[in-house]
Design a protein around this ligand. Structure first.
Ligand SMILES: [Zn+2]
Length: 150
């Protein structure tokens, strides 16, 4: 596990980051005006989230003139990847494939998306392993590997 690289970001912080990722560079009044209407959050709440993101080094703040400018230090793609890794680290390695299949079934996908997925599947087919070992802590998984009763 590469714990040092995992970004811990809450749902609320993610909402703030989405605004900043979309804008690239923005000010707190701008962020507040978007999120106070769309999320019905108080300015103080948004300011707290901003300072938390700065502390976590996900966001950079600089004084420009008399305004604080915010800009992302981490890309949306990096954050998404980290969140996906965190999600998959919570389930048994043996269940990852089934989970991915379920995600595909439930997602709204275009033909372009499907082409991407099919290319990925094609590539994977060449390196697919026969079996996957359970990586769970004994007692946290119902895999046969952990059932010592017969
Ligand atoms: Zn397991």
């Amino acid at each position: 596990m590469t714990e040092s690289k995992t970004l811990k970001i809450s749902e609320a912080e993610w909402e703030v980051m989405r605004v900043i990722w979309a804008k690239g560079k923005t000010t707190s009044p701008e962020i507040i005006s978007i999120l106070s209407t769309s999320m019905d959050w108080k300015p103080a709440t948004i300011k707290t989230l901003l300072s938390r993101l700065v502390k976590k080094q996900i966001l950079l703040t600089e004084l420009e003139g008399n305004k604080f400018i915010y800009q992302p230090l981490v890309s949306e793609e990096q954050t998404m990847r980290s969140a996906t890794e965190q999600l998959f680290s919570k389930i048994c390695a043996k269940k990852v494939g089934k989970t991915i299949a379920e995600l595909i079934e439930e997602a709204d996908l275009t033909q372009t998306d499907l082409a991407l997925i099919l290319t990925a599947v094609d590539k994977k087919e060449k390196t697919a392993v026969k079996t996957i070992a359970c990586n769970c802590i004994p007692g946290q998984c119902d895999c046969s590997e952990h059932q010592h009763r017969d």
